[in-house]
Design a protein around this ligand. Structure first.
Ligand SMILES: [Zn+2]
Length: 423
């Protein structure tokens, strides 16, 4: 039976470190049960002589033991949140190992453990009110008798105020609370220097395509040849590879994106391609959030008494307008984020195509990202040479950077399409 770390693809070093920490954490609980050393950091290879030593300024314990705050970093799709969830399960595991079979493991992996809270920003950022409420709840005694675990899946999307609220909690952590943050990197743009200095960092790498293909076959029952193709096309992004292998719509969208290079025959065609790309991202985002939007709105309206015919109903509805407005604001923000994510996926696919053209022009001995458009990339390599291929690849990457820096997506994509056409 695979344990909770089995889905962490191609991250052997991180898994070793997390297993060790989970064992140290279990030792802390055993010691506490024996009423010897209740402080979290008393355990681990450093021994119990100076139980407070690692908790004071100077940052987390750098030994192999357990600590209160962690940051999982790595490129998108490397499995940051998968790693955090697996570690949370190992902390709640009754055997302290992340066996994958006990109730602690099961409920954590299934997202229903009472002492594991997962924070996923709905909009573009995590606000201070959410964070304060969370920090407060995280300070309570774990109902299961082990740890209160808070997983913050996009710590780079914390607002400054929310970051400060979190920092306070990390600086003076309740004895049984563990914070698991996920972020693309420890760059100050992603995680504040002060939060970073209080956390142990677990760097994840982009998993090799072979490892991604292996997990698709083993866990998802994907045919080996499809798994190999999807793993390569997804460029190390495990979730994306799974979607490509299983969802015909995702495959269709990818094909439309990869048809862009041969559609760029003039200025008009470049603008058309830009519109098509933006609209496809909007449609994909709409499909992904519309169901949740409707469910939330119906639930809120019901809670607020909409549809009631009693005398109080009209008045209650007037008071509810503010709450509905608040919900609409949150939903709009989530839709914006979904659009950006969809557009970014398209740009990564496109970058992969020009990267293939570049490696072919250079005759570099590497496998293409997109095996199914390799012939087209080869033709591009002939026509553009290495220099022209590189300029086009850079145009795609510049577009991603511009959108990241809040340039209006349509403007950034139009500029990119013109650059791709002109070379
Ligand atoms: Zn277990």
């Amino acid at each position: 039976m695979p344990d909770v770390f089995a889905d962490l693809v191609g991250q052997d070093e991180a898994v070793v470190e997390l297993r060790r920490a989970a064992a140290a954490a279990a030792a802390v609980l055993r010691a506490a049960a024996a009423d010897r050393a209740p402080a979290l950091l008393a355990a681990g290879p450093t021994g119990g002589d100076e139980p407070e030593a690692a908790a004071v300024p100077g940052g987390p314990d750098v030994s192999t033991g357990m600590t209160h705050a962690w940051i999982f970093t790595g490129p998108p799709g490397s499995g940051r949140s998968v790693a955090a969830r697996a570690f949370a399960a190992a902390l709640q595991c009754v055997h302290g190992t992340g066996c994958g079979e006990c109730p602690g493991c099961h409920t954590t992996m299934g997202g229903t453990h009472a002492d594991v809270r997962l924070v996923e920003p709905e909009g573009l950022s995590i606000g201070v009110n959410d964070m304060r409420a969370l920090v407060l709840r995280a300070a309570s005694t774990p109902s299961g008798g082990r740890w209160q675990v808070v997983v913050i899946s996009d710590a780079d999307r914390l607002t400054e105020a929310a970051g400060n609220a979190l920092l306070k909690a990390i600086e003076e952590p309740p004895p049984r609370t563990v914070f698991l943050l996920c972020a693309p990197s420890t760059h100050p743009d992603d995680v504040s220097v002060t939060i970073r200095s209080r956390c142990r960092v677990v760097p994840l790498r982009q998993p090799p395509a072979a490892a991604v293909a292996e997990v698709l076959v083993r866990r998802d029952g994907v045919a080996p040849d499809v798994a190999r193709w999807a793993a390569a096309a997804a460029q190390g992004h495990v979730g994306r590879a799974r979607r490509l292998a299983r969802d015909p719509e995702a495959r269709k969208r990818r094909e439309a994106v990869l048809a862009v290079p041969r559609r760029l025959t003039g200025v008009g065609a470049a603008f058309d391609a830009a519109s098509a790309l933006i609209e496809a991202a909007e449609a994909e985002a709409e499909a992904s959030v519309s169901e949740a939007d409707t469910t939330e709105r119906t639930a809120l309206e019901r809670a607020l008494g909409a549809g009631g015919t009693g005398r109080g109903a009209a008045g209650a509805m007037r008071g509810a307008a503010g709450q509905l407005k608040e919900l609409e604001k949150r939903q709009k923000s989530r839709a914006t984020r979904a659009q950006r994510d969809a557009l970014d996926r398209a740009l990564v696919d496109l970058a992969g195509f020009y990267r293939d053209a570049l490696t072919m022009a250079l005759r570099a001995p590497v496998d293409p990202v997109h095996t199914d458009t390799a012939a087209m990339a080869g033709a591009g390599a002939q026509k553009w040479d290495a220099e022209g291929s590189l300029r086009r690849l850079e145009a795609v990457l510049a577009c991603r950077a511009a959108i990241e820096a809040n340039v209006k997506p349509r403007i950034a994509v139009e500029a990119m399409m013109l650059a791709l056409w002109k070379g």
